[in-house]
Each structure stands twice: as C-alpha cells, then as structure tokens.
Design a protein around this ligand. Structure first.
Ligand code: MEV
Length: 328
C-alpha cells in the first residue's frame, strides 16, 4: 500500500491573462488531497472517495470501463472524479509499461471540489505518484507534473493550463508563462480563503474574456495590464513586501472585475476582507463564483468572512512549501 498527498493552489496573480501568454503566479496551499493505492490481483480499478465536499462514494469497474457503478452522488460528479482517476491510472500504465494492473484507490481531500483551488490537479498528482510507487517506480517531480498535466489536458479536452498540476507537484510559489513553469522565491504568505459554496463555469468565463478582448481594444489592454501587475507582484514577493503584494492583489482583482469574471458573492467577500484589514484580496481561479484569497496574518479576515453573507466557508491556508508528499 502506498500513500501520497498533494496540495491545492490559489492564484496570487494572473489568472485569465495567463491564457494570452502573460505571466501568472499560482501558489500551493496547505490544503491537500491524500490518495492511498493498493495493487489488486486483477485488472479492475476500484475508487473510494471521502470528504470531497460531497457525500462519500465508491465506484468499481473493469479494465474496459464497462463495469458497474455503485454510487450515491449525481452522475456528472462521478464522471468528473472518475475521469481524473482513470486518466491518472492510464498515465501510470504508460510510464511503467504495466498496462494490465488494477488498483484499489482511496481519495480523501480537504480541498473544496471545483472551486478554483486545484482539487482535481491535487488528486491526479497524488494518484499518479502513489500508483507508480506502488509498482516500484518513483517519478522525478518534473515527470510527475508532466504526466499529471497530460491527464488534466485529456480530461478537460485541451482546456487545462500547466499551472495547477505543476504547482501541486512542486509546492511553493510558481511563475507560469506559456508552457514554462518555474518555482520562485516567496516569503511566508498568510492566505485566508473565502468560499461561496459554488463554482464558476471555467470554459464560459474564459470564452467571455476572449470575446471582450476581441471587441474592445481596452479589454486587450486590461489583460496586458494584468501582466504588468504580475511582474510588479514578483518584485514585491522577492522583496518580501506583503503590503505591496496586497495592493497589487487588489489591483489584479479590479482588472478581473472589469473583464466580467467577478460575481456578487466574490465582491462581498473581497470587500469584507479589505474592511477587516487584509493587505489585499482578490478572486482566485476562473471566477464567476467559488473562492477569494486574501492576505492577512491576523485572525480578523477569517472571522469577518465567517459572518459575511454569501460566504459558506472561510479558512486559513499557509503556502505549502512542499508539493507531493510521500506518506507511506
Ligand atoms: C482557471 O483556474 C484559470 C484560468 O486562467 C484558465 C486557465 O489558465 O486555464 C481562468
């Protein structure tokens, strides 16, 4: 039996603009998916998932994907979760050359599903790492990130960026520009996350920004301005200047709002965090709903968010220095 965990992430800067080649800075957070893998004596794949912010479920099926589903959650969620695990195991078969091996896979996660915190990337990274080790192969971090990216790319039909999977595999703060991902230095980042209980539709939100950018030159300028904010943000991170990082997060959020990807609950949570004294606050991920991230070393923002209408959950999450963790 092998066990690996991998962290989720927030975008400190640069979501959406990264789609057009601007840099972005995602950061791994200490909220993890933990995957336990045990090789079976047959070629079946059995997946159990608990604490995925949905009811626990169990799915079992054969190598031909035509088997029985034994589930108690809606089919779209099952399809999504199974797609990721199935894709991860395909990568394991490919990299080990052992394509008729089955596994029992158990997933536990404290990352809200589909809320822009990279839950699927964390599951995929941890699953590939644990299953390859179960077969006696330990992947280098770059190879693990690449295999996890290929999984997300296939499941999301070409819509995945490398940010989530790279960040989850390596941990820490990362600079993403095009296909290039590099770990960067960052000070301790006291993240506070507010979650509205929902999720935006990433494909629609990305398409909306694309349409605005094509229609208005100032929308294209807004995207480019986000790139400028990110570059200034990197300098502030290197200098360990959290106040400046916060100011730039506020700026980044304003530009994302101008591009139409914010939402009422996200705005309410962002303003609650700012009023509570956070250095800065912004939406994180595709927007439309889901999560905001604020920077605040004091307990004030978390407390304020807990009493903010529209905020379903609020929690602290430090920067995860370590990416994938090999637990057993
Ligand atoms: C979504 O988490 C982040 C976006 O920038 C899309 C992407 O980079 O693939 C909106």
């Amino acid at each position: 039996m092998t066990v690996s965990s991998a962290p989720g992430k927030v975008y400190l800067f640069g979501e959406h603009a990264v789609v057009y080649g601007e840099p972005a800075v995602p950061c791994a957070i200490e909220r993890r998916a933990r995957v336990t893998v045990e090789q079976r004596s047959d070629d079946r794949l059995r997946v159990q998932a608990e604490d995925l912010s949905i009811d626990g479920f169990t799915v079992e099926y054969g190598g031909q994907h035509d088997g029985r589903h034994d589930v108690n959650v809606p089919e779209p969620l099952i399809s999504a979760a199974m797609g990721y695990v199935d894709g991860a195991i395909e990568q394991v078969h490919d990299v080990t050359g052992e394509d008729d091996v089955g596994f029992d896979v158990t997933i536990e996660s404290d990352i809200p599903l589909g809320a822009g915190l990279g839950s699927s990337a964390a599951v995929v990274v941890a699953a590939i790492d644990a299953a390859t080790r179960e077969l006696g192969l330990t992947l280098e971090t770059d190879e693990l990130a690449e295999r996890a990216y290929r999984t997300e790319h296939a499941v999301q039909e070409g819509q995945a960026s490398r940010a989530d999977t790279f960040c989850s595999a390596t941990g820490g703060a990362v600079r993403v520009e095009g296909d290039d991902c590099q770990p960067i230095e960052a000070p301790e980042l006291p993240f506070v996350i507010g979650f509205d209980g929902g999720a935006g539709e990433t494909g629609e939100l990305v398409a909306g920004v694309r349409a605005l950018r094509e229609e208005y030159s100032f929308a294209a300028d807004t995207v480019a301005a986000i790139g400028d904010v990110v570059r200034r943000g990197e300098t502030a991170l290197q200098a360990g200047n959290l106040e400046e990082v916060g100011r730039l997060m506020n700026f980044n959020h304003g530009l994302l709002s101008a591009l139409g990807v914010s939402a009422r609950d996200l705005e309410t949570m962002v303003w609650a965090a700012r009023d509570a004294g956070a250095y800065g606050a912004k939406l994180t991920g595709a927007g439309g709903g889901g999560c905001i991230v604020a920077l605040d070393p004091t307990p004030e923002t978390e407390t304020a968010l807990r009493f903010t209408p529209g905020c379903e959950d609020a929690f602290r999450a430090e920067l995860a220095e370590e990416g994938v963790k090999r637990l057993a």
